[in-house]
Design a protein around this ligand. Structure first.
Ligand SMILES: Cc1cc2nc3c(=O)[nH]c(=O)nc-3n(C[C@H](O)[C@H](O)[C@H](O)COP(=O)(O)OP(=O)(O)OC[C@H]3O[C@@H](n4cnc5c(N)ncnc54)[C@H](O)[C@@H]3O)c2cc1C
Length: 379
């Protein structure tokens, strides 16, 4: 099965492609060097309705569902954008859904609407220096003090953490590592909340990544998302969307690299003949294309089932692993087919090769996905 193509979705693809061509491609190299995308890009994307795709109009979104968000992600990358750009510009895809699901009008007005309007930037902070895979082991603690929580702890590897105005933060509301988690929205500028180092990375250069520190940070109880101790469930419920987004970034990166490598192999001649005329090269391209297409079809199938409300936790984990494996194979092969040029910053395929490596780590590693799959098998 594949995501049903409707006239609206064709329009959405065209809108996305035009946005990337005009607003992204001329500047992407500069943003990669600067280590972040400008705030104005969020406003531009919001104005044309792209930022709010997948969020209901009642909270300031543009409407559409998970499948529409997937199409946007797919088209951004296939138009020459990158998974790093998706991480930077669409961080709200992981920072806001818990607030929207809570139906808390106060939080929606203060954080969701301005973010979808492109005037605020949000981040999601779960991972800590002591570990990211073991979400229940979170040690950043929030102690209740009247109508505030007092937060102490630290977070790391936080996407858009340098630029964000607020951070949806997972905190422990009992003793550290107890698994009693809540989500608090913590605003930049709150005394005791500091952004530490801007972390330098292998890839995703246009996406800023930060360490965050909380020392006696007073956060109003009104900034808690949902009832106390429901954070773990809320995080797990939203993981499906994040994992499918990462899976989409993986197969779309693979598709883009197949396209780039195919073009290169048609144009590049060695020993007097185009590379694409050699059976070895043609078969390599065929295998790359097959793996990318199979991953796309499976991710679409699982996404349709998630959108229909089916409980497919295991399938989401399998979709992420299938797409990441396809992507890893394809980016490596695409770079190899480019020869020395593939290793240069001037080659688009070089950026995809570096950017792809995070996809099997973020949002739950390949090993953690295998744990989920094994549990689903009754093991
Ligand atoms: C660029 C980037 C952006 C990120 N953005 C965010 C963000 O916005 N918000 C956020 O909260 N986090 C973010 N992360 C963190 C990311 O989600 C974590 O790095 C990831 O979940 C893994 O956690 P960890 O790094 O602590 O590794 P660990 O949990 O320490 O794991 C280390 C290794 O051990 C393996 N492993 C762990 N447990 C098991 C097990 N039980 N069985 C077998 N193998 C196991 C893992 O698969 C991994 O290979 C980001 C990370 C990066 C690099």
């Amino acid at each position: 099965m594949t995501i049903v193509d409707t006239p609206e979705r064709r329009q959405l693809r065209e809108l996305t492609r035009a946005f990337v061509t005009k607003e992204v491609l001329p500047y992407l190299d500069d943003w990669e060097r600067a280590g972040e995308v400008p705030r104005s890009l969020h406003e531009t994307a919001a104005k044309i309705g792209l930022l709010g795709i997948g969020f209901p109009e009642s909270v300031g979104g543009s409407g559409g569902d998970l499948l529409d968000s997937i199409l946007v992600t797919e088209e951004v990358i296939r138009s020459g954008g990158s998974s790093g750009l998706i991480a930077a510009l669409f961080t709200h895809g992981i920072a806001l859904p818990h607030m929207v699901a809570s139906r808390d009008d106060g939080l929606i007005d203060r954080y969701v609407r301005p973010t979808l309007a492109g005037t605020m930037i949000g981040a999601l902070a779960i991972t800590e220096p002591d570990g990211g895979s073991d979400v229940a082991g979170i040690r950043t603690c929030a102690r209740r003090d009247g109508d505030h929580y007092v937060v102490n702890g630290s977070k790391t590897y936080i996407t858009s953490g340098v630029r964000s105005d607020f951070v949806t933060t997972a905190v422990c509301t009992d003793f550290p590592g107890s698994g009693s988690l809540s989500l608090l929205v913590i605003e930049k500028g709150t005394p005791g909340f500091t952004v530490g180092r801007r972390l330098e990375k292998l890839g995703w250069h246009c996406s800023d990544t930060a360490e965050l520190s909380f020392v006696d940070v007073r956060v109003p109880v009104a900034n808690r998302i949902g009832p106390e101790d429901t954070g773990f469930l809320a995080i797990m419920q939203q993981f499906a969307t994040e994992r499918l987004s990462l899976a989409t970034q993986a197969y779309a990166t693979a598709q883009r690299c197949v396209e780039l490598a195919t073009r290169w192999c048609r144009d590049r001649s060695t020993f007097g003949r185009p590379l694409a005329s050699r059976q070895l090269v043609r078969h390599r391209l065929a295998e790359m294309h097959t793996r990318a297409e199979a991953a796309r079809a499976y991710v679409h199938d699982v996404a349709e089932r998630v959108a229909a409300g089916e409980p497919v936790v295991t399938e989401v984990a399998m979709a992420k692993n299938v797409a990441v494996a396809a992507c890893d194979f394809v980016v490596d092969a695409a770079l190899q087919l480019h020869g020395g040029f593939g290793y240069l910053r001037d080659a688009e395929v070089e950026r995809h090769y570096r950017d792809a490596r995070i996809l099997g780590i973020g949002g739950g590693t390949t090993e953690i996905m295998n744990e989920i799959i094994a549990k689903g098998m009754g093991l």
